[in-house]
Design a protein around this ligand. Structure first.
Ligand code: T46
Length: 143
């Protein structure tokens, strides 16, 4: 498990009629104030999305249908792939994490709960800017 990335197992409610999962802001299921929800679906086969990090945004990713892989890179040589393939699995990404989304199944629907409204200024889209910020943070934390 990478620092800044956490798998979350959601509590499933349900009965003989089926299953139900509740994601509420500031709960154990989602520990931040949710300002935005978006979802990614009908992805072109073989495509890789993401390829960025965020300065501030916290997000919970849930593949509510099908499957996909989230590749998380901390910019210090630590890279981990997380497969999401069931609606009771969340991936909480906080802090500086370069993330790619890939290996989408045809039926994949990736739901994202976000802690901030959309703001392009929060994106780090160049990998070298990302590693520079990671190094600056590490130096700041040492002093
Ligand atoms: C992330 C991953 C997991 C908006 O106008 N508003 C929005 O809220 C979002 C999310 C996107 N857009 C526009 C910006 C682009 O012109 O939609 C277009 C596609 O966005 P993007 O290329 O950033 O999509 P992904 O799949 O690479 O990344 C998205 C989120 O943008 C990002 O925050 O962490 O999903």
């Amino acid at each position: 498990m990478l620092q800044n990335v956490q798998r979350v197992q959601f509590k499933t409610l349900g009965d003989e009629r089926g299953k139900l999962i509740v994601l509420e802001e500031l709960s154990a299921q989602c520990p931040f104030d949710v300002k935005r929800v978006f979802y990614i679906f009908d992805t072109t086969p073989g495509t890789v999305r993401g390829k960025h990090a965020h300065h501030q945004m916290r997000q919970m990713l849930v593949c509510i249908s099908g499957s996909c892989t989230i590749r998380c890179d901390l910019g210090n040589g630590k890279v981990t792939d997380y497969e999401l393939n069931w609606p009771d699995q969340g991936l909480l990404i906080e802090g500086l994490v370069w993330h790619d989304m890939l290996d989408f199944s045809k039926d994949a629907v990736l739901l994202v709960l976000a802690s901030e409204h959309y703001n392009e200024a929060d994106y780090i889209r160049k990998y070298e800017d990302f590693t520079r910020e990671v190094q600056e943070n590490a130096q700041r934390n040492q002093t």
